[in-house]
Every structure is written in C-alpha cells, then in structure tokens.
Design a protein around this ligand. Structure first.
Ligand SMILES: Nc1nc2c(ncn2[C@@H]2O[C@H](COP(=O)(O)OP(=O)(O)OP(=O)(O)O)[C@@H](O)[C@H]2O)c(=O)[nH]1
Ligand SMILES: [Mg+2]
Length: 201
C-alpha cells in the first residue's frame, strides 16, 4: 500500500509568474467552486486544515502548492506536489475579477510544465452538469502527451446506495470519495500515485 508520509504547505501564488519553480511532478485539483477540492487534498494527506476549505464558494483564490512525500511498501520515497486551484465558475465576484482569475487559472493550467495529472472533481450527486462537461472538454483540448486526466466523484456520503450503484454502472472503475467520512481515500491515493509515477501497486 502507498501512503502519504508528509504533506506541507509550500506556497501560494496569484499567477504562474510567482509560482514555484518547475521540476517536481504535480497533480492539479480542479473542478467547480465548492465541489470539495481543498477538503479532498486534506483527506488524501490525512491533515485537517492543510488546504483551507469553506462552505462559502470561492474560498480558494490563489494557486496553492503542497509538497507531498509518498512511501511505497518497499519504503521507497516519491516526491510530488498537489496544487489546489480556485474553482471554476464562481460567480459572486465582479465580472472583472472573475475574468482576471480565470485568465490566471487558464494560463497556469496550460503552461505548467510539471503538471502531469489533472484531477477533475465532480459532485457525485450531480454528475451531468454543463460546467463539468466544459471543464472536461477544456482540459482534453490542452492535454499534452505526458499528461493524464482522472475523474473523482466527491461527497459520496450524500448518496443513497442506489445512487452510488448508478455511478458504478456508468463507470465500474469510478473513484467515489467522501472527505467527510474518509471513504475511498486510500483507493484515490493509489490511483493518483500510479498515474503520477507510472507504477502499478
Ligand atoms: N458532506 C460532505 N461535504 C463535503 C465533502 N467535501 C467537502 N465538503 C464540504 O463542501 C464545502 C466546500 O468544500 P471545499 O473543500 O472548500 O471546496 P472547494 O472545491 O475547495 O471550493 P473553492 O475553494 O471555493 O473552489 C465545505 O463546506 C466542505 O465541508 C464531503 O466529502 N462530504
Ligand atoms: Mg478550495
């Protein structure tokens, strides 16, 4: 089994210009505002307030970098970074601010050489939203040969048994997680690790 043995805040930056230097393999967490990006990062790292989460949408306004160390069964260590991003589609700011944020976010996503994995978070209760379709189309359109996309369904604790079965019928390998109940977290970490480092575990 793979484990996160350390996770530390590294830096916040408003744009790619101030971002950490490239080099460490990165997983970018994206999805609509309030879907649970920051909460999932905390759960994956077994920490409570590493990434700031809030019930008010639009909490994450900067690009936040976290240094992660994984350890495999043979005690080999692997360094990675998790990048917590502002949510797409947060409307409650002025058009001008929204435009500035979205441009900064798009530039970062497109230009970040170290980005190897786009983790697209989708609310398990609403798997068919237009905004998620646009996010998917957008990431697919800029995806380089060395990059992958992983979908993770969040807030699984809010689903009935019947609703979660429906998700698995659509996609038998679906990753369904709850940051609240800490379910699906180990499976998510293993999938993220193997996509980042190309290793099956
Ligand atoms: N029930 C439940 N609530 C969750 C879960 N994950 C996150 N939440 C709640 O959803 C809200 C938003 O969580 P965040 O992690 O801040 O979401 P975010 O995607 O980072 O939001 P922005 O930074 O605004 O884009 C908070 O009130 C969380 O407590 C979960 O697994 N289950
Ligand atoms: Mg956030």
């Amino acid at each position: 089994m793979i484990r996160v043995i350390s996770a530390d805040f590294a830096k916040s930056s408003p744009s790619i210009v101030e971002a950490l230097s490239e080099g460490v393999t990165e997983a970018l967490f994206l999805g609509r505002s309030n879907v649970g990006k920051s909460s999932l990062i905390n759960a994956l790292c077994y920490k409570k307030q590493l990434a700031k989460s809030s019930s008010t949408p639009g909490k994450t306004r900067l690009i936040n970098f976290f240094d992660i160390a994984y350890e495999d069964e043979k005690k080999e260590k692997f360094n990675a970074r998790f990048v917590d991003l502002p949510g797409f589609g947060y409307a409650k700011v002025s058009k001008e601010i929204k435009k500035t944020w979205e441009e900064a976010l798009n530039t970062f996503i497109k230009k970040r050489v170290s980005a190897r994995l786009f983790i697209h978070l989708i609310d398990a209760r609403h798997t068919d939203l237009d905004i998620d379709k646009s996010v998917h189309v957008y990431i697919s359109s800029i995806l380089r040969a060395d990059q992958k996309i992983l979908n993770i369904y969040t807030k699984a604790d809010k689903l009935t048994q019947k609703e979660s079965s429906a998700i698995f019928r659509q996609d038998k390998n679906a990753l369904l997680v709850s940051a609240l109940k800490k379910s699906g977290i180990d499976a998510a970490n293993e999938r993220i690790f193997s996509l980042l480092f190309g290793k099956e575990i």
